[in-house]
Design a protein around this ligand. Structure first.
Ligand code: ZN
Length: 314
């Protein structure tokens, strides 16, 4: 029997309690998030100075190791954006641009790109790649100085935000009419995770406060986008890496095994690409998204448009 809880207008059933934070099935927000919600001040220093050095020390090293595979992931995203937008609309903002590899990929394809990234280390690395980065959090004040964009990309950002609804308002104002927002978030409290709890006794390892504030799935992320007046036109999954756990390979807390499982996933995807079957890969991941499977969910949404005919669908 789980208890209901309310905190500053947020209320719902408590799903889990980890390190003093309760995960709420929030009825107010219509998605799951922790309470208490960290304040922007609570997390400011973490993302500016510690995130890539203390919390993700190997992130930049792995990014280099995985560069060929990341290129295939990014190619899919740019392919989709290019299908949805006319050829002259190629101005992109990458929110939480990390080490800048998504920006660099876009530059090579002829996009005009800029990143917003609070981590000094990641911003400096991006600049070493020749990429333009605003080293800060995206606030409405900073947004006003940036101008308008045809596309905005936010990879693994929304799970970290204390107020994701407010951020969507800021992004909506930054998008030119008919512009496209691509959001990738972890798919949490998924059927695979539920099975691992029920059948194998796993603790909810995916609950990671205070960094992960929000726990979305495809439906709740789409609901949030829709409520912010975005029109979701495509939903894809990423590889369901947690299938390895169901197959008995427990990589939770085992970095070496985790990298090995990730390597197998890379091999699978790179072989599909090399064999000319990228389209099969993408159709497979769209099917997985339909049944709620996939470690992450990737949503493409069109900003508010006045003329429905200008609305791009891939
Ligand atoms: Zn809430």
């Amino acid at each position: 029997m789980t208890a209901a809880k309310s905190w500053r207008g947020h209320m719902g059933e408590v799903l889990d309690t980890v390190r003093g934070f309760d995960v709420l099935e929030c009825q107010t927000c219509a998605f799951k998030h922790i309470v208490p919600i960290p304040t922007p001040q609570d997390i400011d220093g973490v993302y500016r100075h510690e995130y890539y050095s203390t919390d993700k020390p190997q992130y930049l090293e792995h990014a280099r190791e995985d560069a060929e595979w990341w290129d295939t992931v990014y190619a899919d995203r740019y392919d989709t954006l290019e299908q949805m937008l006319p050829p002259k609309r190629r101005r992109l903002l990458d929110l939480g641009s990390g080490p800048g590899s998504f920006l660099a990929h876009g530059s090579r394809r002829g996009w005009r790109t800029i990143g917003v990234e609070p981590s000094r280390q990641a911003a400096e690395y991006s600049r070493s790649l020749g990429q333009e980065v605003v080293e800060d959090f995206l606030t409405p004040e900073i947004a006003r100085q940036l101008g308008a964009f045809d596309a905005i990309h936010a990879n693994e950002v929304f799970e970290h935000l204390p107020d994701p609804r407010a951020m969507l308002g800021t992004l909506r104002d930054l998008l030119a009419p008919g512009g496209v927002l691509c959001v990738c978030v972890p798919n949490d409290y998924s059927p695979i995770q539920a099975t691992l709890r029920d059948a194998c006794g796993y603790a909810p390892w995916w609950v990671a406060p205070p960094h992960h504030v929000n726990y979305f799935d495809g439906d709740s992320m789409e609901g949030l986008l829709t409520s912010a007046r975005f029109d979701v036109v495509l939903r894809e999954a990423t590889f369901p890496i947690d299938l390895f756990l169901l197959m008995g390979e427990n990589y939770v807390g085992d970095e070496e095994l985790g990298r090995r499982c990730h390597g197998l996933r890379k091999t699978l995807e790179l072989n599909l690409v090399a064999g000319g079957r990228n389209d099969l890969k993408r159709r497979l991941y769209r099917s997985l998204a339909e049944v709620g499977i996939g470690r992450e969910v990737v949503l493409y949404a069109v900003g508010p448009v006045t003329d429905p005919e200008t609305r791009g669908r891939p």
